[in-house]
Design a protein around this ligand. Structure first.
Ligand SMILES: Nc1nc(=O)c2c([nH]1)NC[C@@H]1CN(c3ccc(C(=O)N[C@@H](CCC(=O)O)C(=O)O)cc3)C=[N+]21
Length: 301
C-alpha cells in the first residue's frame, strides 16, 4: 500500500521545481494532435505493443499507465501478458509476430524479464525500427554515432526537461551518476550531442561528492535511494533525479523516492525534478513520442 505521494514540493520558491508531470502532459497533448494529423494524412494509426512476462506488481502498474496514455493520445494499444514460466523461445516467437505485424510500430518488452530468459537476446530480437525503448544495439550505435536512432525514453525525457529549463546546454559541465545501458550511457551521449562537457561517474569513481560539486548539471541514475546529498552540489546546479526507489515507511506503508535526497538538495540546486512527478511521467510520454516517430518513419516521414 503506497501512502499518497506527498510531493516534497511544498513552499519551494517558484522556478525551482522542474515539473516533469506538467511537461509530460503538454508533450502528450502535442502527440495526440500529431497522431490525428497522421491518421488524416496517411490513414495510419500508430500501434504500440507492450509485452509483460510474469506478475511483478510494479510492472503491472507501469504497463497499465502506459496502455491508458497510449489510448488517450489516439494510438492503438496492444498488451500481451505471459506467465512467468514462459519459455524464452515462446517470447521470441511472439516478438517475431509483432515484428511482422504492420499495425504495430512500437514493441516494448517490460524489463526485468524472468531469470531463465536472456534479456539481451530479447532486446536484440526486436526490429530496430520498432524498438521504442531504444535499447537495441543498433539504436545504441546510431545514438553514439549521431545517426537516426530511436532514443531510450528516460534519457530523452531528461534531455527535453533540461533543454526546456536551460535552453542552450553547450559548454555546461554535466555529471551523469550511473553507467547503465538504459539510462547512464545514452544520457551521456545525448548531453554530448548538446555540447556539454560530460563526466560519467559510477560506483568506482573516487570522491564522488567532489566530482559532483564540479557539475552545472547532475543526472542521478544509480538506483540508490536519496544517495546524492545537498552538500554534493555546487550552489545553483540543476538536478535531474532519475531514481524511482520504493522504500518502506515505519507505519508499514511504502513511498517512492529518488536517488537524490530532495530535502537537502532542493535548497542548494537552482532547479530540481521531484520524485514522483518528474522523470517518470516523461519516460512514458517519450515512449509515446518514440512510437509516433517509428510510425512516421514507417510511412516515409
Ligand atoms: N522495457 C522497459 N521499458 C521501460 O521504460 C521500463 C521497463 N521496461 N521496466 C520498468 C521501468 C520503470 N518505468 C517507469 C515508467 C514510468 C514511471 C512513472 O511514471 N512513475 C511515476 C509514479 C511513480 C509511483 O508512484 O510509483 C512518477 O515517477 O511520477 C515509473 C517507472 C519504465 N520502465
Amino acid at each position: 500500500m503506497t501512502t499518497p505521494a506527498t510531493l516534497p514540493t511544498e513552499n519551494l520558491p517558484t522556478g525551482k521545481l522542474i515539473d516533469g508531470k506538467a511537461f509530460a502532459a503538454t508533450l502528450r497533448a502535442q502527440i495526440a494532435v500529431d497522431v490525428a494529423a497522421l491518421k488524416a494524412s496517411h490513414g495510419v494509426q500508430p500501434g504500440l505493443a507492450v509485452v509483460l512476462v510474469g506478475e511483478d506488481p510494479a510492472s503491472q502498474i507501469y504497463v497499465r499507465n502506459k496502455a491508458k496514455q497510449t489510448v488517450e493520445c489516439g494510438m492503438k494499444s496492444v498488451e500481451h501478458k505471459l506467465s512467468a514460466d514462459t519459455p524464452e523461445a515462446d517470447l521470441l516467437a511472439l516478438i517475431d509476430t509483432l515484428n511482422a505485424d504492420p499495425t504495430i510500430h512500437g514493441i516494448l518488452v517490460q524489463l526485468p524479464v524472468p531469470k531463465h530468459i536472456d534479456a539481451d537476446k530479447i532486446i536484440a530480437a526486436i526490429r530496430p525500427d520498432k524498438d521504442v525503448d531504444g535499447f537495441h544495439p543498433m539504436n545504441a550505435g546510431l545514438l553514439a554515432t549521431g545517426g537516426k536512432a530511436l532514443v531510450p525514453c528516460t534519457p530523452l525525457g531528461c534531455s527535453l526537461l533540461l533543454k526546456d529549463h536551460l535552453g542552450d546546454l553547450s559548454g555546461k559541465h554535466a555529471v551523469v551518476i550511473g553507467r547503465s545501458n538504459i539510462v547512464g550511457k545514452p544520457m551521456a551521449q545525448l548531453l554530448l550531442q548538446e555540447s556539454c562537457t560530460v563526466t560519467v561517474a559510477h560506483s568506482r569513481t573516487k570522491d564522488l561528492p567532489a566530482v559532483c560539486r564540479e557539475a552545472d548539471i547532475v543526472v542521478a541514475a544509480v538506483g540508490r535511494p536519496e544517495m546524492v546529498k545537498g552538500d554534493w552540489l555546487k550552489p545553483g546546479a540543476v538536478v535531474i533525479d532519475v531514481g524511482i526507489n520504493r522504500i518502506a515507511l515505519p507505519d508499514g506503508k511504502s513511498k517512492v523516492v529518488g536517488d537524490v535526497d530532495f530535502a537537502s538538495a532542493a535548497p542548494v540546486a537552482s532547479a530540481i525534478t521531484p520524485v514522483p512527478g518528474g522523470v517518470g511521467p516523461m519516460t512514458i510520454a517519450c515512449l509515446l513520442k518514440n512510437t509516433l516517430t517509428a510510425c512516421q518513419r514507417s510511412v516515409g516521414l
